[in-house]
Design a protein around this ligand. Structure first.
Ligand code: SAH
Ligand code: SF4
Ligand code: F3S
Length: 479
């Protein structure tokens, strides 16, 4: 049901029940791809809440299902279409029960494929590009009138300012660690990558808007904030004094927000690492010593063909500078194997870079040709079996490094942000500065605080530790 509000905009009516009362409708949002999508999904939920939509974890009984999609590799897109197939069956089952279900596709597949999605999957009612989420209420109203609705324009207005602010109860439910998008889009045009096409040009949010959002999060119990962006260290948002602020300056400002104990940022680009950010790592204890710095390849020839605009040496120098700023820094990275033209020699240079840096972990991918990107049309595409073989070899090296990184913590002390109850009674799970899950026997009132622990044992997926603070450990033993 749709009506118009005073301003003439379409508004959604709540479902009328038999006794004439309104009951909220249900929306199920599923995110694929990166953290930017997770953040956007939360903001969509925040925007739909005042329209009468309550979130549900089960798509079967939802009135509206939103798939927030990823276009980065072919597999990611295939996953989306198979998910649409699954939801279509639920929509048909709902129709048999006399209920209607609206299916919306959001995110990067929506942006890249637009109305093609509806042509390929007619069960989809609505396609909304990554910059148009503030228009969702109006689009849903139109879809519920029976129109097929597609909006993938890059609008002039700022979606972040037009989206509803996160609600206190929703923040609390999402946990004590939160993501905040500070920068979106990318102007780098690496030759393999769809992001500049699906997210558009680089835009930074103003400092004061981010500070206000982080203050609101802290007020609702958030203790750790990860600033996110496709190229987060290219951040150059407007500051209150009219100048443009770097990521280092933004981090310095946010470290003063009461209640915020830890700050992180991701994903950064080696070219945008600057003095201000080195200084932030040297001078801000709240900034965690764990940096995700994608390199993609260790071969200069391949880096050039990828248009990464940095060499292997540049990358190693950035790592050196960061380590000089703070000697307990650890790094993770992203790698692509089998980029067009990659030879065994190029690949071995990637392996040797991994040995040189000693990463604490990494994501690695077989190159996937993406329509419309320059690399898709390059000669010398690497055969699938060669890509698979290189991926396996690379992952074996990374796993070895990851294991030795984790093993190095046995018997050592570390600070852990306690996040939630663990699986065993009396146990809490927290995160180390390096995002390792840490299991600790500790009272529940310590959730949300940073505690010193001693690592007793290093497991495959987590560290097991004991509270180092005698008083807490003893108090807990007798309760
Ligand atoms: N902005 C970040 C990366 C964003 S995409 C950066 O500059 O590094 C996340 C990761 O997906 C990339 O780091 C890359 O390793 C991988 N990726 C992107 N496009 C890909 C493609 N066409 N095939 C395989 N992996 C890809
Ligand atoms: Fe893609 Fe390159 Fe931009 Fe990263 S920097 S999002 S890999 S184009
Ligand atoms: Fe995927 Fe879009 Fe993120 S393509 S990785 S969801 S920016």
């Amino acid at each position: 049901m749709v009506s118009r509000d005073k301003s003439g905009h379409d508004r959604l009516d709540w479902t009328a029940t038999e006794n004439g009362m309104s009951k909220p409708r249900k929306v199920h949002i599923k995110s694929f791809g990166c953290q930017m999508n997770v953040y956007d999904s939360h903001r969509m939920a925040d925007t739909l809440a005042p329209e009468g939509f309550a979130e549900t974890a089960s798509p079967e009984d939802a009135d509206l299902v939103i798939l927030n999609t990823c276009h980065i590799r072919e597999k990611a897109v295939e996953k989306v279409y198979s998910e649409i197939g699954r939801i279509r069956e639920m929509k048909e089952a709902a129709a048999r029960d006399g209920r209607s279900m609206t299916i919306a596709v959001a995110g990067c597949v929506a942006q890249a494929e637009g109305k093609e999605i509806i042509r390929r999957a007619s069960a989809v009612d609505l396609v909304v590009g990554s910059q148009n989420y503030h228009r969702l209420p109006e689009m849903i109203a139109r879809a519920q009138r029976g129109d097929k609705v597609v909006d993938t324009e890059f609008p002039i207005e700022d979606k972040f300012e037009a989206l509803a602010e996160p609600r206190r109860e929703a923040i609390a439910k999402r946990g004590i660690s939160a993501f905040v998008t500070v920068q979106e889009g990318c102007d780098k045009f690496c030759t393999f990558c769809v992001v500049p096409y699906t997210r558009g040009t680089e835009v930074s949010r103003p400092v004061e808007k981010i500070v206000a959002e982080v203050e609101r999060l802290a007020d609702a119990g958030v203790r750790e904030v990860t600033l996110i962006g496709q190229n987060v260290n290219a951040y150059h948002g407007l500051d209150v004094d009219g100048t443009s602020a770097s990521l280092g300056k933004l981090l310095r400002r946010l470290s003063r927000v009461p209640g915020i104990l830890r700050l992180r940022y991701t994903t950064s680009h080696p070219r945008d690492m600057n003095e201000d950010l080195f200084a932030a790592h040297a001078g801000l204890p709240a900034l965690m010593p764990y940096v995700h710095l994608p390199v993609q390849s260790g071969s200069d020839g391949i880096l050039q063909a990828m248009n990464r605009r940095h060499t292997r040496r540049d990358y190693l120098q950035v790592i050196e500078r960061l380590r000089a700023a703070r000697n307990d820094l650890a790094f993770t990275s992203d790698f692509i194997v089998g980029f067009p033209g990659e030879t065994e020699v190029d690949f071995c240079e990637t392996l040797s870079l991994i040995e040189d840096v000693g990463f604490a972990g990494a994501y690695s991918f077989m190159y996937s040709a993406r329509p419309g990107t320059p690399a898709a049309d390059m000669d010398d595409q690497v055969p699938q079996d060669e890509k698979a073989e290189r991926l396996q070899r690379l992952q074996a090296v990374i796993t070895r490094h990851q294991r030795s990184f984790n093993a190095g913590f046995a018997g050592r002390g570390m600070d852990v942000l306690l996040e939630k109850p663990g699986r065993l009674p009396g146990q809490l799970v927290g995160r180390s500065p390096y995002l390792q899950a840490v299991q600790v026997m500790a009272p529940a009132n310590l959730i949300g605080s940073v505690r010193r622990v001693t690592v007793a044992e290093v497991g495959t997926n987590s560290l097991f530790a004991a509270l180092a603070d005698e008083n807490h450990a003893r108090a807990f033993a007798v309760t």
